[in-house]
Design a protein around this ligand. Sequence first.
Ligand code: NOJ
Length: 563
Amino acid sequence: MRITDTADLWYKNAVIYCVDLETYLDSDGDGIGDLPGLTQRIDYLADVGVSCLWLMPFYPSPRRDNGYDISDMFGVDPRYGDHGDFVELVRVAHDRGIRVIVDLVINHTSDQHPWFRQSRASKDSPYRDFYVWRSDTPPDTSEEAMFPGQEDGIWTYDEKTQEWYLHHFLHTQPDLNTANPQVREAITKTMGFWLQLGVDGFRVDAVPFAINQTTLTGADQHEFLEPHDYLRTLRAFLQRRSSGTSSAMVLGEVNLPHQDQLAFFGGEDGDQLTMQFDFTVNQKTFLSFAREDARPLAEALSERPQNLSVETQYANFLRNHDELTLDLLSAQERDEVLDTFAPEDEMRFAGRGLRRRLPAMFDGDPRRIKMAYSLLFSLPGTPVLFYGEEIGMGENLEVPGREAVRTPMQWSQDKNGGFSSARPSKLARKVVEGPFGPQHVNAAQARRDPESLLHHVSRLARRYRDCPELGWGELTILDQHHHEVLAHRMTSGDQSMILIHNLSPKSLVVPLTLHDEEKGTELIDLLQDGACAVDAEHATDVTLEGYGYRWLRVKRPGDPRLL
Ligand code: NOJ
C-alpha cells in the first residue's frame, strides 16, 4: 500500500460516523433535528476526526420504522429541510474533508409509496409486479418475521385484490420485487440522483433480504437465477457514475456468517459490495467482553475470509442504531452476553439482542469504555461510530423498542441537552435522564476535559487515520499466555503495528516474542509517552493496567517516519 492508494480507496481507512438527523440538532425549534442543524456541527465532527458521515434515511416517510419505510426515494422529508439544505450540508462536509454516504433501501418501500398504492389497487396495475404477491395461503412464517413482537409472519393479506404481499419487516414495509428489471432501474436511478447531488456512496439496507431467491421464486414471473448479478449491476453502475476525483462505495448490511458474506463481496472478483459490516466480529467482541476472555474475538478475526479483492473492506462497530443483535452466537453464548449486560428484561429486544448503549452496559466504567473504543479503532477494517458514542451517551429504557438508543444528541447542560429549544413534550424523542443524561454527559463539557472520552476517541481517530496499516494491513494474532488479552499485529509492506488490549480489570505483564524483529527495534507508543525495546532474544514485555491498551508502532533502526 502506498500513501496515494489511501486516497483512491478512501473508505479503507475512513472514520465513519452515523447520524440520525431527527435527533441530532434542531435548528428551528420545532423539536426535530434537521439538515441545517447537522451542518452547524460539521466542524465538531471534523474535530472528532470523522472522515465520512453516514446519514440515516431522511426521505419522506410515515416513519413506522424510523424512516426505513420510504415513501419517496428522491425526496427530503420537509421536517428536516429541503434539497437545498442537503446540498449545503454535502458542500460544507466536503470542504472539511468529510465524505457523505446515505442509506439506500433496496428491499422495501413504505406502503404509502405511490408504487405500492398502485400495486395494491388492482391486479392489472403496471406497478403490480413491483412487489411480491401470492394468491395461495402462505404457510406459517412466524419464524421469519424480523420483528416478532409486531408481526406474526412475512405475508399480509390485502382485502382489495385478495392476495398476500411479502414483507420481511413490518407489514407497512412491503418488499420490492427486485427480480423485476423496472424495479432495478428505479433503484439505480435513485443512486444516480443522490450521486449527482454529491454523495460518496451508500449504506445499503438489508441486502440479503433484497436478493433472497427463496421468497421470490415461484412468486414471480421474472427470472432471478443469479441474484448476485443484481449487486454486480449496482456496483458497476456506481463505478460508472462516480469515477472522477474519488470513487463512491457501497457499504452493505449483511448480517451473516463470514463465509456467507464472501459471496456478497463478489468472492475474489470483489465486484459486488465494497464494504460490509462485520456482525460476527461485533457479536464475538461482546462475548469476549462478557467473558473477559479475548479468544472468541481472536477466533472470529482469524476466520475472516482471506484473499479478498483489494477494493473490499470490513466495517467494524460496537453499537449501531438497532438492537445489539446476538443472532450469530449460539443460544448459550447469547444467554451469557444477555445475562452479563442486560440483566433486566426491559434491556432486551426480541429475545435476540440488547437495546442498550455500551457505557451503560459497562456501568459507566471509564477505563473499560476507553479500552473498548481503543479496541474498535485497532481492529483490521474501518471503524463506524453511532452518534453520541464519542461522548459516552447511554440509553433511555423508557423509550420503547430500538428507539431507546436513538435519543437526542447531548450537546450541553442546557434545556433538552442543547438539542432543541422546543418544549420537552414536542421533542422527536425523550432525552436521557439520570447518570447518563446531559447534566453529566455532554459534548460541551467533554471538549473542555482533556481526559474525556471525546478526547480519547478523537485521538484514536487521528492515530487510526495516520496508521493506514490498520485499515489496509494483514492481521496476525500474537501468541501470549493471557487469555484476557488480545495482542494482534497489523502489517502492510514495511509498516507494522502491535495492538494490545486487556479485557479484564487485572493488571498484567504481556511477554511478546517478535521473531522477525532484531535488537534495536523499538515499539513506539502512539497513545502516550513511551516505548518498549526488543532484546537480542526478539522479546519484550508490555505492562498493562486493568482494561489497559497499547498501540505500538514498530520502529526499526533508521526508520525515517515521524513517530
Ligand atoms: C436494517 C436497519 O438498520 C433497521 O433499522 C431497519 O429496521 C431494517 N433494516 C429494515 O429497513
